[in-house]
Design a binder for this molecule. Structure first.
Ligand code: 16G
Ligand code: MG
Length: 547
């Protein structure tokens, strides 16, 4: 096929490792960086086709492995509004990545082109970026070959956070329309978020400094630039774990994932009671907050706490605005702490729904809401204002200064939130703004509800594909009868809840449990993990620590 005439030649430079098969998972392709060259090259080809299938709208490619170890890397495609790749294309990606020879590769591309009725005359437009990983430059070169092979009009944004790239894609595709999102430049990004932040906090008490653990990743230089624009005294930051140069440091003993999983402060940070802390992950699309109380006990404010904080503030503003037709809702996953869900339902009295793990699932649920707040417990999330909510706000006629103020704040909040994807820097500013407006310390924010003790375990089994779930991953439909066993174990403990799901990013099965007490929670988690191990041919040692 003439349109793919150059592919074979370029592909010869990036041969596929014969013994590895790749899968486009929850967050794109992700594995050991040194094995990904052929895959990233092919993602360049796919990005071009995806852009052509969207009549030349700009598609994004991000090279990152987020919170995973430094030796890993990954690549994912970003759709025109800055959202995750449409799910129906994931299969194409997997097929194209696994074509064994150049001929097979061309055939796989031709299949995509035919299935999507792609017009070869459209010039593809793609923007791309990478995080700070050492394998990044080589993979970027492979990507550039893939883009060149299909004559793509391509622009690099260099080393930036994942949400910055999502922002650029959305800006480029909305420029000059009623939905224009901002300037597709670094200055535009910082000016938009810093400006909206200052509109919310001006006149409020100046917050104390915020200590940021940047996971030794790309968030470190970027958040420094943000702080320079947002300007003291409304945002004073101190960056820790900001070393993006020394090999081996990225995500090592630090970052949002480490802090959330281990429920402890990152390496190199001793928490002073009364001080304020947060952690980004390696590509700065997740954030968690934490502090130490006067007994030096560690307290985590995770994605659930951030979600309830934002939902509370939005709800208060909607009431204060006195505008009919605005309704805040919250999307969570099964990992949300049970007490956060009760708090949203019973105290805030807001509707809440569960989505499957993975940002794209939460995002799509939130899109169904009028104003939808979504967060994973791990700290990835944002809020979305639907077109209906925007129209309602636009038509609102405030009757009092208080109503006018609330409406102005809702607009500012909308500008402050990165609606394309969860963004650690934007989320940080939202949290800082809400805390400043409420005059709250982290401890006061934490008072909303107390987390139930929870535990997350990993079981390695022969074949995790036999694990199938329904009900937003809360119920197993396969292997047969295993759910009955889980239910029986859960029924034994007060406030017990547990679920089992196959990981979308690792060859493992995850087991989550929570209960009213730490002892019951651990007992439950290990009992369920043991049942999974027995039923599915577990590898290694049987999980049985507490039995
Ligand atoms: C990916 C997802 C994250 C999810 C995690 C679950 C995106 C951008 N990232 O990192 O949202 O929590 O996978 O991993 O969607 P698991 O399936 O291995 O538990
Ligand atoms: Mg990440």
């Amino acid at each position: 096929m003439a349109r793919f005439a150059s592919v074979a030649e370029y592909s010869a430079k990036h041969p596929k490792p014969a013994d590895i098969s790749f899968a486009y998972g929850t967050a794109g392709f992700r594995t050991v960086g040194s094995t990904l060259e052929s895959t990233v090259f092919r993602v360049g080809l796919l990005a071009a086709l995806r852009s052509q299938s969207k009549q030349g709208r700009v598609i994004g490619v991000m090279i990152t492995a987020s919170h995973n170890p430094e030796c890993d890397n990954g690549v994912k495609l970003v759709d025109p509004m800055g959202e995750m790749l449409q799910q129906s294309w994931e299969g194409y990606c997997t097929r194209v990545a696994n074509a064994a020879t150049s001929d097979e590769l061309v055939a796989a591309l031709a299949e995509v082109a035919e299935a999507e009725a792609i017009d070869a005359a459209v010039t593809p437009r793609v923007v791309y970026a990478r995080d700070t990983r050492p394998s990044g430059p080589l993979l970027q070169a492979a990507l550039e070959d893939g883009l060149a092979a299909l004559g793509t009009d391509a622009v690099s944004f260099g080393v930036v956070t994942t949400p910055q790239l999502h922002y650029y894609v959305r800006c480029l595709n909305t420029a000059g329309t009623a939905a224009a999102y901002g300037e597709p430049t670094a200055e535009g990004y910082f000016a938009k978020y810093a400006g909206a932040y200052l509109r919310l906090v001006e006149g409020k008490q100046h917050p104390s400094p915020l200590h940021i653990d940047a996971a030794n990743g790309v968030g470190a230089p970027e958040v420094r630039k943000l702080a320079a624009v947002a300007a003291s005294p409304y945002l004073q930051i101190e960056v820790h774990n900001g070393d993006t140069e020394t090999p081996g440091k990225l995500n090592s003993g630090c970052g949002a994932d480490y802090v959330k999983s281990n429920q402890r402060a990152p390496a190199g940070m001793v928490l002073a009671p009364g001080s304020r802390y947060c952690s980004f992950d390696g590509d700065a699309d997740r954030i968690v907050y934490y502090y130490a109380d006067e007994h030096s006990t560690f307290h985590l404010l995770d994605g659930d706490k951030i979600s309830t904080l934002i939902a509370t503030y939005l709800r208060d503003l909607v009431v204060a605005a006195g505008v009919e037709g605005l309704q805040v809702g919250v999307v969570q996953t099964a990992y949300a702490n049970g007490n956060s869900t009760s708090y949203i339902k019973d105290t805030l009295r807001l509707p809440t729904v569960f989505a499957k793990t993975g940002v794209k699932h939460l995002h799509h649920e939130a899109e169904q809401m009028n104003i939808g707040v979504y967060f994973e417990a791990n700290g990835h999330g944002t809020a979305l204002f639907s077109p209906a909510a925007v129209a309602t706000l636009r038509a609102a006629t405030p009757q009092t200064p208080a109503q006018q103020d609330a409406i102005g704040r809702l607009w500012a909040l909308r500008d402050l939130i990165n609606e394309s994807v969860g963004d650690a820097m934007s989320d940080m500013l939202v949290v800082e703004a809400v805390l400043a407006c409420k005059g709250w310390t982290l401890a006061q924010w934490d008072e909303a509800y107390t987390d139930l003790p929870s535990r997350l375990l990993k079981v390695i089994v022969q074949d995790r594909a036999i694990f199938k779930t329904t009900n937003a991953e809360q119920t197993l439909t396969s292997p047969p009868h295993l759910q009955d066993t889980v239910d029986a174990l859960v029924a034994r403990v007060p406030r017990g809840r547990a679920f089992v799901r196959p990981s979308g990013t690792e060859d493992a099965v995850r087991v989550y449990a929570e209960a009213a007490t730490r002892a019951d929670c651990d007992q439950l988690a290990y009992a369920v993990a043991g049942a999974v191990f027995d039923r599915a041919g577990g590898r290694g040692e049987r999980p049985a620590e507490f039995l």
